[in-house]
Design a protein around this ligand. Structure first.
Ligand SMILES: Cc1ncc(COP(=O)(O)O)c(C=O)c1O
Length: 379
């Protein structure tokens, strides 16, 4: 195929046309097993659905192209993707550097995994390149895990700088780019070795698929071990979910661009309200706004957080009063969600008690702003 822009790749799902029927939407093949010919060779090259099947393969090809990677694999969830990647690399005695502020589930799992398997873990402020430099142990650090922008405070990691530091110490850099999406951030082009997505979020985009994905810069030993683990353990994505994910990715760019534009408009309007602090990489008040402008492409994402002041009680009271924003966990769907991460994460949380996380959907910005303002101003 001629070289085309990512928007075109996504919309056409790599120009996928079913060879047999001419269907421009690929059929969903539900078969778990595939026939062999008299010579005992698999007729269509496929053997068994825990290895590979058509819809996941097609989805992986689109993802690899969007991230500019050598290959991609889809998983049954974002957590399955993250934990498979980490387990495939780390051995007892290794050292890993990860962010203090990142998706709660990954941090808590990493703490448990590292304690159990004799892996040293440093949780650092990844918005500080100096902190990463200070934590690295040459020859011992095997992995640097980053998330940018990072949940739920939307700090950024300077991927180019951290990739160079990690490689200098003999470590690999993996990036959870769930919130950045291939629309706004291209970690592999900035030097990362691996990109991870909770495809449950923006990639599928409609809050109806649980899925994860990994994209590698190189088909190296780490990647072979990741593929082996997925095969052995079976955390694969089913054909229906893979179909829905591929379908969602066709509209990735229009959704995310609109969500980012609305998020920026909301961030600006909310920041003008008395007593409200807004965290959003697109605002000049964000401590890493300059890095965001350099590292993020065409927008700053659809996620922001606000501090309502006066602790958890006030934040929960505001959330209780929204009528347009839906009170629910997760992010990246077409409907806007409001979440009190402090409550959702429980005792091990590091989320500030007065913080409300906002996932901006596709509603009209005036409705979203009006609803939040009314909730904030209600007695
Ligand atoms: C940034 C980020 N990474 C990873 C995950 C985990 O993904 P999943 O819920 O698909 O397992 C999430 C889920 O909320 C997330 O927000």
């Amino acid at each position: 195929m001629t070289t085309v822009k990512p928007e075109t790749l996504a919309a056409q799902a790599l120009h996928a046309i079913d060879r047999e029927t001419g269907a421009i939407v690929p059929p969903i093949v539900l078969s778990t097993t595939y026939a062999r010919g008299e010579d005992y060779r698999p007729i269509g090259g496929l053997v068994y659905a825990r290895d590979e099947s058509p819809a996941p393969k097609q989805t992986e090809a689109v993802l690899a192209a969007l991230e500019g990677g050598a290959a991609a694999l889809v998983f049954s969830s974002g957590m399955a993707a993250a934990t498979t990647a980490i387990r495939a690399l780390l051995r007892p005695g290794d050292h890993v550097v990860a962010p203090r502020a990142c998706y709660f589930g990954v941090r808590v799992w990493l703490e448990r995994f590292c304690a159990r398997w004799g892996v040293a873990l440093d949780l650092v402020d990844m918005s500080s390149t100096a902190a990463v430099r200070g934590a690295l142990r040459a020859g011992k650090t095997r992995l640097v895990w980053a998330e940018t922008p990072a949940n739920p405070t939307w700090e950024l990691t300077d991927l180019e700088a951290v990739a160079e530091l990690a490689h200098g110490a003999g470590a690999r850099l993996a990036v959870d780019s769930t919130v950045g999406t291939p629309v706004h951030t291209r970690p592999l082009a900035l030097g990362a070795d691996l990109v991870m997505h909770s495809a449950t979020k923006y990639l599928s985009g409609h809050s109806d698929v649980l899925a994860g994905a990994l994209v590698t810069a190189k088909a190296d030993d780490w990647w072979a071990e990741i593929a082996q683990l997925r095969h052995d353990e079976g955390a694969v994505l089913g054909p229906v979910e893979a179909f829905l994910l591929a379908r969602g990715m066709r509209t990735l760019f229009v959704r995310v661009e609109r969500q980012s534009a609305t998020a920026l408009a909301l961030a600006e309007r909310l920041a003008a309200l008395p007593g409200i602090t807004v965290r959003y990489p697109g605002l000049p008040s964000h401590p890493q706004h300059a890095l965001a402008r350099k590292q993020m492409l065409g927008g700053f994402g659809g996620m922001l957080s606000i501090h309502t002041g006066s602790g958890a009680e006030r934040a929960l009271a505001v959330a209780a009063k929204t009528r347009v924003w839906v009170r629910a966990t997760s992010l990246g769907g077409v409907e806007s969600l409001i979440e009190h991460r402090f409550t959702a994460e429980g005792p091990a949380t590091v989320a500030p008690p007065d913080l409300l996380r906002l996932s901006v959907g596709l509603e009209h910005p005036d409705d979203l702003f009006g609803d939040l303002r009314a909730a904030l101003e209600a007695p």
